[in-house]
Design a protein around this ligand. Structure first.
Ligand SMILES: NC(=O)c1ccc[n+]([C@@H]2O[C@H](COP(=O)([O-])OP(=O)(O)OC[C@H]3O[C@@H](n4cnc5c(N)ncnc54)[C@H](OP(=O)(O)O)[C@@H]3O)[C@@H](O)[C@H]2O)c1
Length: 326
């Protein structure tokens, strides 16, 4: 069984007298910086280039060059996109690291696939929030907290976990809970959900809409019933609080009979084989190498995949319906 850490497992005093440096002020860096400041931590913000400096200044921070903050920080949170970090790390972070530094990443990706290799004399930890940056801030402010995966990549000082837990507490995650997990497992799990669950969901929704439109149902009704009504969101929200089976049991009896009596048809799709192949691709490192190449070449395949999606007539119908139902 995995260990689940909560507020009582962490001590904020561990961070007393320590300075936390945030490198990156984007979707996650910005909410985390604000949470950590509200928790009373001393922060320095180091930014790779000028664009996000305006956001940091608007929030009352004084962003500085990365190189200048590293020697003045005890903890460094590396909050730039995963594909961007390896080069930044080698060129601008690693040369300035000192014994006792704790490096914290918000995903296990670079450690898991060996794209970032920290020197042996620093601690390395991961606190990977399981929600988007906006919710990280909103749930800190409303006191509900948010789930994270927490794990150690390297423990040079012998006290990495204690410091990491204090940081997770200050970030506002431990109110909900942090599940201990290695960076390797976190990266594999995250990529699996992105590559084996979400594409299937996307395919189900778009195929369902196409079939219904071809059968002559009005576009507004189809788009509203599938997505816009929020019925599915309510269902998933119930599932996140009570579990999937209990959420299903809240459907009408007709609904429950329809779901369970037709479930076997979907088993014929052999999804297990597809999912195992997806995980093999992730674990072998093939996906991460492919993604690094894609980044280095300026995202040619991603651009063409996105433009092919954008050309689908379904999205115009979706936008029209959203407009009409405003
Ligand atoms: N976003 C989330 O909700 C979320 C949730 C959980 C975990 N994470 C993890 O958090 C980490 C940060 O992700 P993020 O979504 O916050 O990233 P992001 O918003 O895309 O970017 C964060 C920072 O990186 C800088 N940056 C972007 N591209 C750059 C480049 N090519 N060279 C130099 N700097 C660059 C940005 O500066 P500019 O804006 O000035 O370019 C910004 O300061 C990742 O490890 C991610 O997996 C994110």
């Amino acid at each position: 069984m995995a260990t689940i850490y909560r507020e009582a497992d962490a001590n904020l005093n561990v961070l007393r007298g320590k300075t936390v440096g945030l490198i990156g002020y984007g979707s996650l860096g910005r909410p985390l910086a604000n949470n950590l400041r509200d928790s009373g931590l001393r922060l320095l913000i180091g930014l790779p280039h000028d664009e996000t400096r305006l956001h940091a200044r608007a929030d009352g921070f004084e962003p500085q060059d990365i190189e200048s903050i590293i020697p003045r920080c005890h903890i460094l949170m590396l909050l730039v996109p995963d594909v961007v970090l390896p080069e930044l790390f080698v060129e601008r972070i690693s040369p300035h690291l000192q014994r006792g530094h704790l490096l914290v990443m918000a995903s296990g990706y670079n450690i898991a696939f060996g794209f970032v290799e920290p020197p042996p004399f620093v601690d390395v930890g991961m606190i990977a929030p399981r929600t988007i940056g906006e919710a990280v801030r909103a749930r800190y402010l409303d006191g509900s907290g948010y789930f994270s995966f927490i794990g150690i990549g390297q423990d040079a000082t012998g006290s990495a976990m204690e410091t990491l837990l204090a940081l997770a507490l200050a970030m506002g995650s431990l109110r909900a809970g942090a599940i201990e997990m290695s960076p390797q497992q976190e990266a594999q799990l995250d990529l699996f959900v992105q590559q084996a669950i979400l594409p299937a969901f996307h395919h189900l929704m778009t195929t369902g809409a196409t079939v219904l439109l071809e059968l002559g149902f009005p576009p507004e009704a189809v788009m509203m019933d599938l997505i816009i009504s929020g019925e599915l969101t309510d269902y998933l929200s119930r599932a996140s609080q009570r579990g999937l089976l209990q959420a299903l049991r809240l459907s009408s009896l007709t609904g429950q009979y329809g779901i369970f009596s037709r479930l076997n048809r979907f088993k014929e799709l052999k999804l297990e084989t597809l999912m195992e192949a997806t995980m093999d691709d992730i674990r072998s490192g093939d996906f991460s190498v492919e993604w690094s190449r894609e980044y280095e070449n300026g995202y040619p395949r991603l651009s063409s995949l996105l433009s092919a999606q954008e050309k689908r007539s379904l999205w115009a119908l979706e936008q029209d319906t959203l407009e009409r139902l405003k």
